[in-house]
Write a protein that binds this ligand. Structure first.
Ligand code: DLL
Length: 435
């Protein structure tokens, strides 16, 4: 097995790739028009029909889709295949509120796992490897996606999921894992725990890591590479487009190659929607040209990014995306989980005795995100007994956990102690240096 999973596609001449994308796009638009009344209506509103889309040069004529559309159409409104043809759903890492549910046919799963197989192969993976997957399994796409890719490559796959770090390290040693797949913050934590347990990278057999699902810096890469004695590769994806594997890094570590045979990438101005030229910073938009069950056209990711073309030193011709440089909405990714401030607000608004004045403090200690929610007490609560204040703190903590899917430290603060702002409230203080 070589260093490409699919050399023909990964190293395809750009003109040939454009032709392939055009052909697939035309078919996909017809499929969506015929099977998704929600999107057909959006096209009609823009006075576009499938006959107007003759190739990739017409892509800009299509309407955008956004998370708001996914919410409006929840759960089945964007489904393009009968449910009887679907074999799986996956969902975003956040929980209630902004839940995204994506559907897959068996063919969709095969293509998705193929994308992950490309990522594992680019990281040096072969059927000789032992691949330890510590992304979450279940609704989150990380575990199932990399697990499937690892099977395809023929690695011995360890479906560990996250947590129980000492056990992870024990397995890593006993089974001589060579590839680690998890979020970069968990990788850093595993590295730290390894050293705390008295081991060094010489005691393990890891050679590569495939890390994504959240922003991470070059400094963090170096730190992880050193603490685990590996080469660390970035991987990008989102539930809406299938999951991890939309883009993956090669040994050059200079951006992630987008699997263009499955996804057409565009960069737009987030305010005007205008398509921007390659090399310009803007919002990343994807069109799925091979997905059958949940084929989103011109989906606005909200990730701010830059695309660059040109043959990479690794030989791949697939367009490269830079590490995402932020978001054009207010979504935070805390310990790999997508969190929207509006979810926090909705929990507080449902409580009669807490005020909706809050502030989210996010930081990073020992490579793990810290997450605190400060909530102002109302005047009545402030004069209440310590016991009832503690009870309130506990209740807010529980409700936040069930809505957000991760634990936050709740700190109740005095009435009027959170600074008021004359413009937009400063709800989030994020001291992590992620870009
Ligand atoms: O995070 C899918 C995934 C799993 C990707 C495992 C990579 C590895 P969602 O939960 O839907 O899906 O979150 C998608 O996470 O829009 C980005 O903002 C962010 N994100 C994903 N990968 C990266 C990355 C998965 N490598 C959202 N760098 C996306 C920075 C990332 N941000």
């Amino acid at each position: 097995m070589g260093k490409y999973w699919n050399e023909e596609i990964e190293c395809m001449e750009p003109e040939k790739m454009r032709a392939l994308q055009s052909e697939r796009l035309v078919k996909q638009v017809r499929h969506v028009w015929d099977n998704v009344p929600y999107y057909r209506k959006k096209m009609e509103e823009k006075a576009v029909t499938p006959d107007d889309i003759k190739g990739i040069e017409d892509l800009h004529k299509l309407p955008f889709l956004s998370k708001a559309d996914l919410r409006d159409a929840y759960p089945y409104g964007l489904l393009a295949k009968p449910l009887s043809d679907c074999v799986r759903i996956q969902s975003t890492s956040g929980t209630t509120g902004k839940r995204v549910v994506a559907f897959y046919t068996q063919n969709d799963i095969d293509l998705w796992e193929d994308c992950c197989a490309r990522a594992i192969t680019a990281a040096g993976g072969t059927n000789e490897d032992v691949c330890q997957v510590c992304y979450g399994y279940g609704l989150f796409t990380g575990g199932p996606g990399l697990n499937g890719g690892s099977h395809k490559v023929g690695c011995l796959t360890l479906p560990m999921s996250s947590g129980n770090t000492e056990r992870q390290i024990q397995f890593m040693m006993d089974l001589e894992s060579t590839i680690l797949c998890c979020t970069p913050s968990y990788a850093a934590y595993i590295g730290e725990t390894l050293h705390k347990m008295g081991y060094t990278p010489d005691d393990i057999k890891l050679k590569a890591g495939i890390f994504g699902a959240e922003p991470w810096t070059e400094e963090m890469r170096q730190e992880i590479e050193k603490s685990l004695g590996i080469k660390a590769y970035d991987i990008y994806g989102l539930t809406e487009t299938s999951g991890p594997g939309v883009a993956f890094e090669c040994e050059c570590q200079t951006g992630m190659h987008i699997n263009e045979d499955n996804f057409i990438a565009e960069i737009i101005d987030p305010d005007t929607g205008e398509v921007l030229p390659d090399g310009t910073k803007g919002e990343l938009v994807f069109t799925s040209i091979t997905k059958e069950a949940f084929p989103l056209l011109r989906y606005r990711t909200r990730d701010i990014c830059v695309l660059t073309r040109g043959k990479c030193k690794c030989g791949r011709t697939l367009v490269k995306m830079a590490k995402p440089m932020g978001r054009s909405d207010d979504m935070l990714i805390i310990r790999g989980v997508n969190v929207f401030p509006s979810q926090i607000e909705s929990v507080l608004l449902k409580m009669s005795n807490a005020s909706p004045n809050y502030q989210i403090i996010v930081g990073r200690e020992n490579n793990t995100d810290t997450f605190e929610i400060r909530v102002e007490l109302t005047d009545e609560m402030f004069s209440d007994t310590i016991r009832s204040i503690e009870e309130l703190e506990r209740k807010i903590g529980q409700d936040m956990l069930s809505v957000l899917g991760i634990k936050a430290k709740i700190r109740l603060v005095e009435p009027n102690s959170i600074p008021r702002s004359e413009g937009k409230a400063v709800r989030v203080i994020d001291t992590r240096k992620l870009v």
